[in-house]
Design a protein around this ligand. Sequence first.
Ligand SMILES: [Zn+2]
Length: 711
Amino acid sequence: MIHLGTQYYRPPFPNGRYWEDDIKQMADSGLDTIQLWVVWAWVEAKPDEFHFDDYDRLVALADKHGLNVVLSTIAAIHPYWIHRMVPGSEMVDNFGHRVVSSNRGEVHFGLTPGGCFDHPGVWERMKQFLTATVTHYHTVGNLLGWDAWNELRWNVQADGLVCYCDYTVNRYRSWLEAKYGGLEGLNASWQRRYTSWDDVRPGKAPDRPYTEMMAFQDFIAWRSVQHAYDRYGAMKAIDAQHPVTVHGAQPTVLHGSDSYPHATALHRGNDWGFSDRIDGIGTSSFPLWGGIEMDRAQFINRIDYSASARQGKRLWLSELQGGRSNIGFSVAQSVDAASQQSWVWTGISAGADTILFWCWRDEVFGRESTGFGLAGNDGLTPERLAAMRKTGAVLRAHGELLRAYEPAPAQVGILFSPQADYLYWSQDGTALTPLRALQGYARALVRQAIPYRIVEENHLDELTGLKLLILPRTVVMDAPLAEALAAFVQRGGVLFCESEVGAFDSAGLYRYPEDRALVGATGIREVGRRLLEGDTVTLVLDGQVYDVPAAQWLTPLVEVGQGEAESVLLKEAVLGNGRILFCGTYLGDAYLKANATHADAFEAFLLALSTRAGVMRPAVVAGVTPPGGDFVHVRFGAAPGVNGARALRPLAFVFAPDPGMSVTLRFQPATFGARVTELLSGRQIAVAEADGGQEVTVGPTEWGIAVLVGD
Ligand SMILES: [Zn+2]
């Protein structure tokens, strides 16, 4: 079963007089799950006294109306007594100032950021709250699972870079000691002459030496993953049965945009690290957030980033926008049913098994007042709830099939390098540039119906099955990564590398072009940085000319021993059964700013790159009526036979930009039988045999969405 639910209670709101009618209406609207925020400060307002009476009533009401419950443990909102009971537990910022905690902007009662969880007294108290909560609820019949860490928040309103308290700095030194096998190992890697660990300080700010700033960011990301494990371990020790998940405010990849002075890159950890151990990961998504609205490709990419990191674990859309995103004294765009349903079904198509809206009623306090209610006052509640009833019915009717479904494995990968993020952030105070590079490729691939996944640099078994791996601004490379990439190519893979690939090591030290790992294997090197005139370059691939957008600089390529006169901007080397292509500039982020002509050229270049690497597109758009408009998104996959049937059942999720559009899709030969069923309408559609494949025509549809299932 795919679960469809909504966040409801962030104490003390909504007021208890609404509860029963609201919960009944949720059940009548096709939802099957309610989420409650169990806030530490609220539950344990007095030390060692836990009060769950309001939650008990909500859980019972949910049960009465047939709803499951997800409990979100909000351990980042500390009780007001935390510093009284645990003296000296304040966080310390990068200027050595003790952080003054205060009420959180979006939580009515409690302290943030509160104490540092590296202080054993703080963690002991936090663990006691988690333990008390899980002990109280783990035997409840309608408990669906736990959201153990909301948006991975720990440093909100610290108002500066944290944490530099003695506990955290000592933990940082222990982490370095374990990583480098002692001070001598650290000195060897960092090329320094430390004589005492006391002198090894975390990086303080951007635009200083990269070495310790990169190391400290890596440590902070690791520490967030460890903290998630600690919460997970405390909860699983009592409740081994229910899934325990954590979710980010956004997928890890997008945290590259987090900026000084508030956060380092990846300060909230790493989804791949979470899914190494935890039962599931998730992300919040507010696609119509005023001023930073996501277009269709951006939303699809966002879900792809999370799905890429799940490693077979659960994927939750843990906070999906319910109603309009009013912030402060603003009025944002209302949330229409068709857009909202496209988010829901995009999540399901990517493998999500639980979708929770934020939230049911409009908020009533602070900057979020008047916003976000799925059943709120933005004028579109009737159409949203009618649509949700319909989706809820489809999920109930086909729950087993949709739960068993898995997207087809991608053959194209985009490398995500946390180390590159740390390096850029160490210079710029943000890793937005490598993030934009990655986003460019992801966007173009979605628009060209080429399935892809993000491959994180520490999880390289995920290279298996890939034919093409793109390295956008992968400017940092240590030997293990270089060796794994070379092995991938030896086995027959194709690498596409942007400028200055592996130009730095993870100690932040620059390598001359001839000293980089891939040069020895390929005999191709860069001549050095040259000025980029204009914002395009001409690349020649297999005799075809592409005028593609370019950014920042040129690093022309030569064979070792050649002079600059013989340099080109795209150069290929054969290595074993595969190939490495070097590109002497940056295309991905340039594409995001390009005009339509050059953007089209980049997409054509990427399609050619994929095709010549042997990448297969499971479904392509053969035609649309009326012509024009935004791209059609198709996600293809299969469900293993259910009810004892053995065969794989093919599924295709189709997202047209306009419900009135009719779309003809071409699938690979023998994908389907003679007909498919469209799940949302229940209609049967004939499958036509066509040149080089099978064609299915869908639409018009109610929301621009069709879910095709083969027999
Ligand atoms: Zn600390």
